[in-house]
Design a protein around this ligand. Structure first.
Ligand code: SAM
Length: 183
């Protein structure tokens, strides 16, 4: 299980404003919904994407930081230097089911996802290069499968407090309610 206090950052490399808004947004939303507390977007600066993810976090609750990262390599150097564990998801890496049991749950974790082409330095600075199967597929699928496995199957069960809206699970239809302050 992921410890509640553990910090999990998702770093998305190489965002392109013209081509990637939808997939980068889905990465940010999946990061939040599956237990990360920070989403960093590297590549093109995209204020509407960052604020769109921030709006969802505000409406549905929980603590979630979203920001642009100008220097993803610099960020990772500092992160690893400060004792964090960086995991790069790539189809060329080692099988995630083999690597995940060796990953700690008591240190900050950064999960790095690529875009078009990931420069070699990222393979070197990250302590782990991990594959969710060795076939090319999607950043979003790789992140979701990784976090679901890393959390021991509890990734989608993260609790979000302080939001304006909450979904009440129902067998059919939609039950979306305004949150009631408990005092
Ligand atoms: N050739 C790329 C690679 O290194 O995995 C595929 C590019 S894919 C469009 C963009 C990103 O999705 C990759 O950088 C990686 O983070 C993620 N990805 C795609 N397939 C993956 C897989 N099988 N395992 C882990 N991550 C994957």
């Amino acid at each position: 299980m992921t410890e509640k206090s553990q910090s999990i950052t998702v770093l998305r490399l190489g965002h392109r404003t013209g081509r990637d808004p939808r997939i980068s947004t889905h990465l940010g939303l999946t990061a939040r919904a599956f237990g990360a507390d920070t989403f960093l977007l590297a590549g093109d600066y995209d204020s509407s994407l960052l604020s769109g993810i921030g709006d969802v976090a505000e409406r549905f609750g929980g603590e979630f930081e979203v920001r642009h990262e100008e220097s993803p390599l610099g960020f990772l150097r500092r992160f690893v230097g400060a004792g964090g564990v960086a995991v790069h998801l790539t189809m060329y890496g080692l099988p995630y089911h083999d690597v995940i049991p060796s990953l700690p749950h008591d240190k900050p974790l950064a999960i790095v996802l690529g875009g078009a082409k990931v420069p070699r330095e990222f393979f070197e600075i990250c302590q782990h290069n991990v594959a969710v199967g060795n076939q090319p597929h999607s950043e979003v699928a790789a992140l979701a499968a990784f976090l679901e496995c890393y959390s021991g199957g509890a990734a989608g069960a993260t609790e979000f407090e302080g939001g304006k809206l909450e979904v009440h699970p129902t067998e059919r239809g939609k039950d979306l309610r305004e949150s009631v302050d408990e005092e």
